[in-house]
Design a binder for this molecule. Structure first.
Ligand code: ZN
Ligand code: ZN
Length: 148
């Protein structure tokens, strides 16, 4: 694994991630230099007529996506299901996707990402739970439109 970002175009010293470095206005991304002096050194070598050094910051070190110990996505599960692998059926979709997509398209001329069904299902569940509590509080066995 690399511990530095790039090497200086002149002195070959390592330039670390997140470190300020100099780039050449002519060579652009081709070289990075640890200091203006190092950039200065390469100007006669490259025979630049009109060049200047540009201060930049090296990118932050990226976490390699191959590291299996790092969860890519935080999956929220209830404590009872922690031993099971999460599946889409754990949180079933309560929305008719084709109908919703058609509605959003017709009404707003937008396409709908698949995650919207999850978000809306969560909302429907939340509203339904609240309505069900209201129905039960009134001693009913039937959920009714007025509970919403
Ligand atoms: Zn250097
Ligand atoms: Zn240059």
């Amino acid at each position: 694994m690399e511990t530095y970002w790039r090497k200086c175009g002149s002195c070959k010293k390592e330039i670390n991630f997140n470190q300020i470095y100099q780039s050449c206005s002519v060579c652009k991304g081709k070289f990075a230099f640890c200091s203006v002096d190092c950039w200065d050194e390469h100007v006669p070598i490259m025979n630049h007529q009109n060049a200047w050094a540009e201060e930049n910051r090296a990118p932050a070190k990226s976490t390699p996506p191959t590291d299996q110990s790092q969860p890519v996505r935080r999956i929220v599960t209830s404590p009872a299901s922690t031993s099971h692998k999460s599946s889409p059926m754990d949180t079933e979709i309560l929305i008719v996707a084709s109908k919703l997509k058609q509605y959003v398209k017709d009404k707003h001329d937008l396409s709908t990402s698949a995650n919207v069904m999850d978000a809306l299902s969560r909302e429907v569940r939340r509203l339904t739970d609240r309505a069900a509590e209201k129905a039960m509080a009134e001693g009913r066995k039937t959920l009714m439109d007025r509970d919403f």
